[in-house]
Design a binder for this molecule. Sequence first.
Ligand SMILES: Cc1cc2nc3c(=O)[nH]c(=O)nc-3n(C[C@H](O)[C@H](O)[C@H](O)COP(=O)(O)OP(=O)(O)OC[C@H]3O[C@@H](n4cnc5c(N)ncnc54)[C@H](O)[C@@H]3O)c2cc1C
Length: 394
Amino acid sequence: MAAKDLPILVVGGGIGGLAAALALARKGRAVHVLEQAATFAEVGAGIQLGPNVFKMFDYLGLTEAIDQTAVYPENLVMRDALSGEELIRVPVGSAAFRARFKFPYGVIHRADIHGAFLDACRKSPLVKLSASQKVLGYEDKGDRVVVNIEGGAAQEGELLVGADGLWSQVRAQLVGDGKPRVSGHIAYRAVIPTPQVPEHLRQNNVVLWGGPKTHLVHYPLRRGEVYNLVVVFHSSRYEEGWDTYGDPEELHERFKGQRPEVLEYLAMVNAWKMWVLCDREPIKGWSKGRVVLLGDAAHPMLQYLAQGACMATEDAVVLANKLEAAKGDYATAFQTYEQERYLRTARVQLTARFYGEVYHATGVKRDLRNSLLKNASPEGAINGADWLYSGVAV
Ligand SMILES: Cc1cc2nc3c(=O)[nH]c(=O)nc-3n(C[C@H](O)[C@H](O)[C@H](O)COP(=O)(O)OP(=O)(O)OC[C@H]3O[C@@H](n4cnc5c(N)ncnc54)[C@H](O)[C@@H]3O)c2cc1C
C-alpha cells in the first residue's frame, strides 16, 4: 500500500490521543488509535477545564456532549488551610468572565470528557480504535512508519503520533531523555456521592486550601451528583503508576493541625487513589522523521495549573491544522506545530511548578503569599491568566 493510503497511527487512547484522532478525522485523515489497556477508559477523578479548552471543544463539535456532564463553578477560591482566611475569590462563573474569554470555566469527571471524545471517535468512519495494543517501539522506514506491538504484531502508518502519556515509549525512542522527574508531591483523589457531603461543606466553587507542604481542592462534579476531592502533600514515598491505593494514616499525619473543614473533608473518604506526581523539563525536538509527540508525552506537567488535558487537546487541534495546511509536507507541519506549541506548553510546565510552591508555602513565604493574594484584585488575577485562557487561534 502506498504510504499516503496508510492511516496515521496514534499511540495512546487517553484524552490527547483521542483528541488527535478526532481532530485529524475532521480533516479527512484516516487514523488508527493503538491503546495498551484492554478497554478505552479513563481512571481518576475530576479535572478542571479552562475556557481555552472549551474553545477547542467548540471547534471539534463537542460542546453539547461536554455540557451534559460538566459543572460550571461560580468561583475559584483560595483559602489558608491553617487560619481559614479567604485569600482570593475569582468569579469564573460571572458574565464578565464569559464575555471576556467567550467560553466558560468548567469541571468534569475524567471519564466523562474521555467518554465524549470516545463517542465522537466511534461515530467517525475514519477512526479505528484498537485496545490491548501495547506499542513496544517503532521503525521509521522513510516512506512509512511501522510500530511493533507486544505479542509480535506490527502496524504500518503514514505518520505516528506518540500520545502515550507521561511514561511514553515513543518519547523514550524519539528523545531518549530517561524517566520523568519525580516531584516528591503525592496526590490522593476521591469522588464521593454528594449526599455523603454534609450540607455546610457543599458549594459550587472550586476551593483550594493551601497548607504547609499540602493542599486540598474540592468541587462538585457530574451535574453536582458527586463531589471531587484532591489532596496533595510532599512525601519521599515513591511508587509509579496511577492505580494505587493511598495510605489514610500518612494523609492525616500530613494535614494535622489544619482547619476543621479540611479535616472533615479528609474524614469523608476511606479509599483514596494515589498518584505520584511527575513532570519534565520543557524541551524542543518533538518530532523526528514521521514521528511526533503530543500531550504528556511531549510536555508532562504538574497539575497545579489544571491544564495538562487542556494542553493535550490544544496540541491535537493545532497538529491537525498544521498537517492540513502543509498539504502532505509533514516535516513542515511538525515543525510549525512545535513552533506554535513549545513556548506555551513550557510556560504552563514552569508556571505549574511555581504554583505548587505558592500553594504549599510555609513561614515567610506563606505570609508573603497571603499578603499578596489578599491585596490582589480578582480582575488582576483574570488579567494575569489572559495568556492562558484566551487560548490559541484555530
Ligand atoms: C492529580 C492530577 C490532576 C490533574 N488535573 C488536571 C486538571 O484539572 N485539568 C487538566 O487539564 N489536566 C489535569 N491533569 C493532567 C491530565 O490528566 C493529563 O495531562 C492528561 O491526561 C494527559 O493526556 P495524555 O493523553 O497526553 O496522556 P494520558 O492520559 O496519560 O494517556 C496516555 C494513554 O496512552 C496509553 N499508553 C501508554 N503507553 C502505551 C503504549 N506503549 N502502547 C499503547 N498505549 C500506551 C495509556 O494507557 C493511556 O491511555 C491532572 C493530572 C493529575 C495527575
